[in-house]
Design a protein around this ligand. Structure first.
Ligand code: MG
Length: 157
């Protein structure tokens, strides 16, 4: 087995739609970033790379690279997962915590689990997405932060 941890944070920016875990979430504010700023998928991708001992997301997909401008962050997770499979691993489970004071995510967590499960070819029951507010403490107030842990298990042959 291998375990990986991922963390990411993006600042709020009013100019673009909010995407979390591959799901469009209605919000008065989106997140700033070079890609689509899907902070949850970034943390999941980094957890996958971490479990493999691979260079982190920022090193593999440098912010500022014009190829990834407004990119669907599913691309990053798919790239990480392709490496997972190539090395003979599969995803046991993912546990993520989204730290945000707004918007309320209660109605969207299950959809995020399903969307991430599709990217990683596992049942949504193996993908936990939890949401936490910070009661006004940064960074939940001025952006969204995510912690994600992934467990990889050996692919059955
Ligand atoms: Mg990021």
């Amino acid at each position: 087995m291998r375990v990986g941890i991922g963390y990411d944070v993006h600042r709020f920016n009013g100019r673009r739609p909010l995407k979390l875990g591959g799901v469009r979430v209605p919000s008065s504010r989106g997140l700033a970033g070079h890609s689509d700023a899907d902070v949850l998928l970034h943390a999941v991708a980094d957890a996958l790379f971490g479990a493999l001992g691979e260079p982190d997301l920022g090193e593999q997909f440098p912010p500022g690279d014009p190829r990834f401008r407004n990119a669907d962050s599913g691309t990053f997770v798919r790239a990480a997962y392709a490496t997972v499979k190539r090395r003979g691993w599969r995803v046991g489970n993912v546990d993520a915590t989204v730290i945000a004071d707004a918007p309320k995510l209660v109605g969207y967590k299950a959809r995020m689990s399903r969307a991430i499960g599709r990217l990683l070819e596992v049942d949504a029951a193996r993908i936990s997405v939890k949401a936490k507010t910070t009661e006004g403490f940064a960074p939940g107030k001025s952006g969204i932060a995510v912690h994600a842990v992934v467990l990889l298990t050996r692919q059955r042959t």
